[in-house]
Design a protein around this ligand. Structure first.
Ligand code: NDP
Length: 285
């Protein structure tokens, strides 16, 4: 078998074209451009790269981007004051706190302090709780939202399927599991302490990988015909790798999100959708 590859690049491009029109219509109506503020503490290369990618995503749809840069020596209280200012600023519609943070900065306190309406990453407990309770409106973290959108676009039927999500982070694994549960899958969440991970994966009709271990999942961990959603993105000497052995798994799976070109391109587009929703909510009070 050769798996159908779920092309995130093409779908993301289509969604971006529609979003551009939605942003234009919003700007004409509200006389303001949706604006994302990113809190960037310290000089970590990865978060600087992510900030650049976010700036580009904003530019691509017609949103404004503000980078608020603070030195790694900044005190918790100063960061909290800056965050409060962003919460109160009417011209800021979405806020993100980039990770990693310096060790002395309490990430959870910052997340708790963020205005839930501006939490476009869907990490504030109110948004995470609303997702858990399946009570919209809420912001769904963009990466799992993008994974689901790819599956829906491919016409995947969710009801009654065995889904296994490997990884339980608040930003990918856990929300992905909830999104599948709300679509009536029978969901197992696996993690670093799971016994017999290959056996657990082999049960899955829909196997979602959010681990960050390049090529960990082999072809013989995958049920023939399964749908494999690979969120993993690890830069290696051989290039960008997903969490599964893509070539091997493609021989067994029915559908597979390629790395690169699968879930990755979807993430920033879905984030831009969240930003537009946030702007609509902030502007309408
Ligand atoms: P985290 O490091 O926060 O979470 C990783 C999860 O994997 C944890 O739950 C951990 O278990 C689990 N895990 C680690 N080792 C194993 C193992 N040997 N067996 C089983 N489970 C294991 O990562 P994220 O959720 O933030 O990201 C996951 C991947 O997704 C990364 O590659 C990241 O780069 C990528 N990513 C991709 C995005 C995209 O747009 N496609 C966006 C965001 C992330 P435990 O909880 O027990 O420690």
């Amino acid at each position: 078998m050769s798996a159908q590859l779920l092309d995130g690049r093409t779908l993301a491009k289509e969604l971006r074209e529609t979003l551009k029109m939605d942003y234009s219509a919003f700007k004409a109506r509200a006389s303001v451009a949706p604006t994302l503020a990113v809190l960037h503490i310290g000089d970590d290369d990865a978060s600087a790269g992510y900030a650049r990618a976010l700036a580009k995503s904003c530019e691509g749809v017609g949103a404004l981007f503000q980078s608020v840069e603070l030195p790694s020596s900044v005190h918790q209280q100063e960061v909290e004051e800056v965050l409060e200012e962003l919460n109160a600023a009417p011209e800021v519609h979405g806020i993100m706190v980039l990770e990693p943070l310096p060790d002395h900065i309490d990430h959870n306190r910052l997340i708790d302090l963020m205005h839930p309406v501006k939490d476009v990453d869907g990490v504030h407990p109110l948004n995470a709780g609303r997702l858990a309770a399946n009570r919209p409106p809420f912001y769904v973290p963009a990466t799992p939202a993008g994974g689901i959108r790819l599956l829906e676009h491919a016409g995947v039927e969710f009801k009654g399927k065995e889904a296994v999500v490997v990884g339980r982070s608040d930003i990918v694994g856990k929300p992905m599991a909830l999104l599948l549960l709300h679509r009536h899958c029978t969901v197992t969440i696996a993690h670093s302490r799971t016994q017999d991970l290959p056996g657990v994966c082999r049960k899955a009709d829909i196997l979602c990988l959010a681990v960050g271990r390049p090529e960990m999942v082999k072809a013989d961990w995958v049920k023939p015909g399964a749908i494999v959603v690979d969120f993993g993105t690890t830069y290696t000497d051989d290039g960008l790798k997903g969490d599964c052995d893509q070539a091997g798994v493609a021989e067994v799976a029915g559908m597979l999100t390629p790395v690169p070109g699968g879930t990755g391109p979807m993430t920033n587009v879905l984030l831009m959708e969240n930003l537009l929703r946030a702007a609509e909510r902030v502007v309408s009070g």
